[in-house]
Design a protein around this ligand. Structure first.
Ligand code: NDP
Length: 391
């Protein structure tokens, strides 16, 4: 049985707290800490057993170290923002505690995410006998595990992967993001990128699309984006010739985003306004609905999976491994929408794999580097059942 410290009390943090609280035989003691402690304090009333809460600025390593020493967890689940990843990893190294996150580090002043910074911690985690599990959300996270599962059970060699992410839900707002608005908009407005025949190919943002028939949702137009799991899957999946990532967006969303971009509201650099420096995207975040507040009345489903083509016993085969998640059911269970839920459940399962020593190693790892079977079993048990369609 373990003690776990969850950092970040947003949409995803709330789900992680709920899901860890549901498994007392693994997570004996839980602390939820975040910058705004009132957000942490609102969660325990929703749970079936007590958890502790605390205020912490996760950009302040000494403050993190003091909190970790005081609470004494075996591991930290980082569901704050990607900007905090390296600070929390530093604090884990200093206190001898394992680490897990759901999104890779990105510098606050540059919309660029890659694993380079976190992979550089490999030797330090190894030397301390600690493990860091990177990207244990849905995508990255479950999508990496789906690829590892297909590699283990279905194919001798995987040649093509298309990760397809559809949110066909309706939250009733003209424009809102389903996870942190700043991180979401930075991701979507970047140039698109995919990997083919050993090279990364860049394209203009949202300049390639196709219509895919998503299970339980139907045909939806999906746009090519760069997504972080491509970087590790390229290294870890044998025989890969191409990997791409696609996400669906409604016309309303795209129109709002285009206008916001055109008027400069998505800028990440400071501008002077009436004698004050403001960062437009941070101001925009303050105006938009909080992702944690969207779940009431949210209808529809997410349908996310990996379309995988490869060779088995000399024959070409193609399958779609996917999960479908219902917003309203997530709200009913944990007071959250499906995007927070599909991220928070795998974060809890990843932590469970580590606390139970099922996934055990020293150093910094991505999800596809471990045996996928126990994780896939837990997805079925803890609210994200998966399915395979042969095409
Ligand atoms: P939210 O914006 O709802 O929550 C983020 C939380 O982090 C807030 O409670 C915020 O505090 C807290 N926080 C921010 N800065 C600090 C800090 N310096 N110290 C302590 N706490 C801080 O975001 P989400 O819950 O939607 O997303 C959480 C993470 O999950 C993000 O990193 C996101 O990229 C990732 N994610 C991953 C997905 C995947 O599938 N892999 C999918 C969706 C999200 P405050 O309330 O004070 O602002």
């Amino acid at each position: 049985m373990s003690k776990v410290l969850i950092i970040g009390a947003g949409g995803v943090g709330g789900v992680v707290a709920h899901k860890c609280a549901q498994v007392p035989e693994v997570f004996e003691e839980i602390m939820l800490a975040s910058r705004t402690v009132s957000k942490c304090d609102a969660i325990p009333a929703e749970l079936n057993r007590p958890i502790q809460t605390a205020a912490v600025d996760a950009d302040n390593v000494p403050e993190l170290v003091a909190l970790i020493k005081k609470f004494g967890p075996e591991m930290v689940i980082n569901v704050a923002l990607p900007y905090q990843d390296l600070h929390i990893m530093d604090a884990c190294l200093e206190t001898g505690v394992h680490y897990l996150d759901t999104a890779n580090y990105e510098p606050i002043d540059e919309a660029k995410f890659e694993y380079k910074w976190q992979w550089e911690y490999q030797d330090r985690f190894k030397e301390k006998g600690l493990m860091a599990l990177l990207g244990s959300g849905f995508d990255p996270g479950v999508t990496n595990v789906f690829c590892a599962y297909a590699q283990k059970h279905f194919f001798d060699e995987i040649n093509y992967v298309d990760i397809l992410d559809c949110n066909a839900g309706d939250h009733g707002h003209p424009f809102a993001t389903n996870f942190n608005p700043e991180i979401n908009i930075r991701e979507i407005t970047q140039r698109g990128k995919y990997w083919e025949n050993g090279e990364w190919i860049e394209i203009d943002p949202m300049s390639q699309s196709w219509t895919f028939d998503f299970p339980e949702v139907g045909p939806r137009k999906a746009y090519l984006l760069y997504h972080e799991e491509e970087e590790s899957l390229v290294k870890n999946i044998k025989g890969l010739k191409r990997i791409r990532f696609w996400m669906t967006f409604g016309e309303e969303y795209i129109t709002h985003l285009r206008v916001l971009q055109n008027v400069g509201m998505t800028r990440i650099d400071p501008v002077m306004f009436e004698g004050h420096e403001i960062v437009p995207i941070k101001f925009l975040k303050a105006l938009l609905p909080d992702p944690a507040s969207l779940s009431q009345g949210y209808t529809g489903k997410t349908s996310i999976g990996c379309l995988i083509e490869g060779v088995k016993d000399g024959e070409t085969k193609k399958c779609f491994i996917f999960n479908v998640c219902d917003h309203a059911k997530c709200h009913e269970e944990v007071n959250a929408q499906a995007v927070s839920y599909t991220t928070g459940v795998p974060a809890m399962i990843g932590a469970m794999m580590m606390c139970n020593n099922v996934w055990k190693s020293e150093g910094v790892y991505n999800m596809e580097q471990f045996d996928p079977d126990p994780f896939m079993d837990k997805l079925n048990i803890h609210g994200l059942p998966w399915n395979v369609q042969w095409l």
